[in-house]
Design a protein around this ligand. Structure first.
Ligand SMILES: [Zn+2]
Length: 422
C-alpha cells in the first residue's frame, strides 16, 4: 500500500523513469537455491478462486507440487495492514512488536531500514555466507532504495534492480512489473544467483486504483500469475537446473477490503480479508507437511534451504517449513594424486547417461559409483561416459591427476555443470 506515495503523486510532478542497469551479480556457489516472490496486496480468496478456475495455473502448479495455505497476520491491535509492516515482517522473520514498523507513519517509517536490528533475509545470508550470491528486484521504492524510510532489504545484497514507477496508474505499475519480470527472468536464466526476492506491485495497485471486487483486480492476479510463470520457466531452463534444488516461496503482505471503487485505503484496518495473507511454495522438504505457514517463517526457511541455521539469539518469531537437509551438492578435490568428485542431485533426474569432461591433467581410467554401487565407465580421451538406469541420486568419480585447478564439467541430457577442482 502506497498511501504516502499516492498523496505525493498528487502534489508533485512525476519524476522521469530511470533507466536501470540489468541485473548482474557474482557467480553463486550453491546448488541449493531459493527464490521468494512477493505479490503485494493479493487476496487469498480471489487467488484461490483463480487457481481453481485455471486463471492462475502457475501458482496452482506450485501449490500442487508443494503447499499453499492462507495465513492470518499476527499484528497487534493498533497496527495497520500496510505494506511497510507486512514486508518488514516477511523480510525479518519477526512481527511488528519486535521490528517496530507498525504503519502509523503511512509507509514512511524510518524504522523500515533498521527494523530494530532485525535484519532482512538477504542481509542475514550475506552476513552468514558472503560467497552466496543474492539479489533483489522490485518496483516499490521502500524495498530496495533509501526512499520513504527504506530500504527494507538493506544494501548487502549482491545485485539490486529497482524499477521506478513514476505515476500512480495501473498502466505505470504494470510496466514496472514488466521491467522487474524481464530483468529477473534474464538473470535467473543466464546468471547464477543463490537467493533472491522478486516483488510485483500490480495487484495491490489495482485494488487502490480500481477496487479488489472488480474484474480488473481478477485480471491483475492472472497477469501476475503469468509473470510468476515466466520466472519459474527461466529457472527450469537453466543449464545447471538438473543439478540444482530450487525452493520457491510466494507470499503477500496483506489482503484488501472488497471494494468496487478506487480507494487509497483499500487496506488499512484489521478485517479478516485485510489480515489474510498466504504462502505458496515448493522445494526440498516442502509439501503436505507444511500445514500452517506464517509469513515470519519465510526468513528461517530461506536460510534453512541454503544450509544455514537460524541462531536462537536472533529471537526470530518464525520457524523453517522444511527440516530436510540441503538436497544438492557437488565437489571435486585432488587428494594424494587423485581427483575425487562427488555429486548429490536433489531432483533425482531420470537420465540414460552422464558424461564427465575431465580437466587436462587427468590420466588413466576413471572409476565411477552411481547411487552407491560401482558401474561401468568408458574413458575416452578426457571424457568419461556412464550409462544409467532409473533415477540418479549420487555419483562419485575418481581418476588419477596432477595438480588442482581447472574444472570438471558434468553433462546430462538437459544439463551442464562445471565444478571447480580444488
Ligand atoms: Zn496498498
Amino acid at each position: 500500500m502506497r498511501i504516502a506515495l499516492a498523496l505525493c503523486a498528487l502534489a508533485l510532478a512525476a519524476p522521469p523513469a530511470l533507466a536501470q542497469a540489468p541485473l548482474s551479480g557474482p557467480d553463486g556457489t550453491s546448488l541449493n537455491k531459493v527464490l521468494v516472490i512477493g505479490t503485494d496486496g493479493t487476496r487469498w480468496d480471489l487467488l484461490e478462486k483463480a487457481m481453481k478456475a485455471g486463471r492462475a495455473p502457475n501458482l496452482a502448479r506450485l501449490r500442487r507440487e508443494g503447499f499453499g495455505h492462507p495465513t492470518l497476520l499476527e499484528f497487534g491491535p493498533n497496527t495497520f495492514t500496510l505494506s511497510e509492516v507486512g514486508w518488514s515482517s516477511i523480510a525479518s522473520g519477526v512481527w511488528e512488536d519486535k521490528h517496530g514498523v507498525d504503519g502509523s507513519k503511512f509507509n514512511m517509517d524510518p524504522g523500515q531500514a533498521t527494523k530494530n536490528g532485525y535484519l532482512d533475509f538477504l542481509t542475514r545470508i550475506e552476513n552468514r555466507r558472503a560467497r552466496l550470491s543474492t539479489f533483489l528486484a522490485s518496483d516499490w521504492d521502500n524495498l530496495g532504495l533509501a526512499e520513504n524510510g527504506g530500504p527494507i532489504f538493506g544494501s548487502a545484497m549482491d545485485a539490486n534492480f529497482a524499477a521506478r514507477v513514476p505515476v500512480e496508474t495501473i498502466d505505470a505499475w504494470n510496466r514496472g512489473d514488466v521491467e522487474v519480470t524481464a530483468a529477473s527472468t534474464r538473470y535467473l536464466r543466464r546468471g547464477n544467483p543463490d537467493a533472491g526476492f522478486v516483488y510485483l506491485g500490480l495487484v495491490d495497485e489495482t485494488a487502490h486504483l480500481a477496487g479488489s471486487a472488480t474484474p480488473t483486480y481478477a485480471n491483475a492476479i492472472a497477469t501476475t500469475d503469468a509473470r510468476i510463470g515466466k520466472l519459474l520457466r527461466a529457472i527450469r531452463s537453466r543449464a545447471s537446473y538438473p543439478f540444482e534444488s530450487w525452493t520457491i516461496l510466494v507470499v503477500t503482505d496483506h489482503g484488501q477490503k472488497p471494494l468496487s471503487e478506487p480507494s487509497i485505503i483499500s487496506h488499512f484496518g484489521q478485517t479478516e480479508l485485510e489480515l489474510t495473507s498466504f504462502v505458496i511454495g515448493s522445494g526440498p522438504g516442502l509439501g503436505r507437511n507444511v500445514k500452517k505457514p506464517k509469513v515470519v517463517d519465510i526468513l528461517p526457511t530461506v536460510l534453512h534451504q541454503l544450509g544455514l541455521a537460524t541462531p536462537r539469539g536472533w529471537n526470530i518469531d518464525g520457524h523453517s517449513f522444511s527440516r530436510a537437509r540441503p538436497a544438492s551438492s557437488a565437489s571435486a578435490r585432488v587428494r594424494g594424486g587423485r581427483l575425487v568428485a562427488k555429486l548429490s542431485l536433489g531432483s533425482r533426474p531420470k537420465v540414460r547417461r552422464i558424461d564427465f569432461h575431465l580437466p587436462a591433467r587427468a590420466r588413466g581410467a576413471a572409476t565411477v559409483r552411481v547411487n552407491g554401487a560401482s558401474v561401468e565407465a568408458v574413458t575416452e580421451g578426457k571424457t568419461v561416459h556412464v550409462a544409467l538406469r532409473g533415477r540418479l541420486h549420487t555419483v562419485s568419480l575418481a581418476v588419477g591427476t596432477g595438480k588442482t585447478g581447472g574444472s570438471l564439467v558434468v553433462t546430462m541430457r538437459n544439463g551442464k555443470l562445471a565444478i571447480p577442482v580444488s
